[in-house]
Design a protein around this ligand. Structure first.
Ligand code: ZN
Length: 309
């Protein structure tokens, strides 16, 4: 890295997905200095480390500066007990001391955090929940995940699973929601099994016999299709119940939705209207907001894992 200025302000964030690795260099005030996306090596831990090192080098060349600290968002988490990766759907990372190996390869301090925590941190730092003290980020996509940011820092938790609400059972189930759809985790009736994109599509198919993508169901409802509207109403009531459970425990100032289903605009009116029936409070002032940074929030949150100094 000779020839590059060292800028203590420049921060690099990386988002390690199953198919892509996204890298971002942020300068003063969060200005984007460089952005690169590469294909993620599959099934090789060593190749993943090498790809990350090369990506950091390319970001620094593009930005013309060297970063002193690196943040990485990843699926899963580092176990506080063992220091090794667990719960990652990029299974070739599991069982490795990913942060220490990256630090050794990069010669710099590295912080690694769960991608949903990075999403919450990004939206809490300069996104939809900027300035809010307690933020819950709810990811509604292929799966259902969640992360918590408090006072601008991610909350990891004693087991590094804080915010993981997807495999709790759906609260206040109706008779026809018990035992609920099977989930890959081995249980039935998980929040994820109802509220993921595939969960929404399966519910619509069970009610109507029609296989449609979640976006198509939402579009049909908006166009006046009564069956699609009924599917969306069921989804909204389930999401209201699931988030009421979060509000009763964490009582966040703002809940930001992420993932593909966060683009369904009617959720932001209809879900808060329904959750008052389930939250243990005379009134509910919690804000439910769409994300500002959307898919870029993982990589932005990774960059914010380090305090500016
Ligand atoms: Zn489950």
């Amino acid at each position: 890295m000779e020839g590059l200025l060292v800028d203590a302000v420049m921060r690099i964030g990386l988002d390690l997905g199953g198919s892509k690795i996204e890298g971002l260099a942020l300068g003063r005030g969060g200005a984007v200095r460089a952005r690169i996306r590469i294909d993620a090596p599959r099934d090789s831990y060593g190749a993943t480390i090498e790809a990350v090192v090369a990506l950091v080098g390319d970001l620094e060349t593009q930005a013309g500066q060297r970063a002193t600290r690196i943040g990485v968002a990843m699926p899963g988490a580092l176990s506080p007990a063992t220091g090794l990766v667990k719960n990652a759907n990029s299974t070739w990372l599991i069982g490795h001391p990913f942060d220490r190996d990256l630090e050794a390869a990069l010669g710099r301090p590295v912080r690694v955090a769960n991608d949903a925590n990075c999403f919450a941190l990004s939206e809490a730092t300069d996104g939809a929940a900027a300035g809010a003290r307690v933020v819950f980020g709810a990811i509604l996509g292929t799966g259902v995940g969640g992360g918590i940011a408090i006072a601008g820092r991610p909350l990891d938790g004693r087991n590094a699973i804080a915010g993981e609400w997807g495999h709790n059972p759906l609260p206040w189930p109706a008779d026809d929601e018990r035992p609920g759809p099977a989930c890959y985790c081995g249980r039935r009736g998980c929040i994820e099994a109802f509220l993921s994109g595939p969960g929404l599509a399966a519910d619509h198919e069970a009610a109507t016999g029609a296989r449609r993508l979640p976006e198509a169901i939402a579009a049909a409802a908006a166009a006046g299709d009564a069956a699609a509207d009924a599917t969306m109403a069921r989804y909204e009531d389930r999401l209201a119940r699931a988030l009421a459970g979060i509000i009763n425990i964490l009582d966040p100032d703002v809940i930001v939705l992420g993932g593909g289903l966060s683009r369904i605009a009617r959720l932001y009116d209809n879900v808060p209207r329904r959750w008052t029936a389930y939250v243990f409070s005379d009134r509910v002032d919690t804000d439910l907001r769409p994300p500002r940074h959307g898919d870029a929030s993982g990589v932005r949150g990774a960059a914010w894992l380090w305090d500016a100094d």
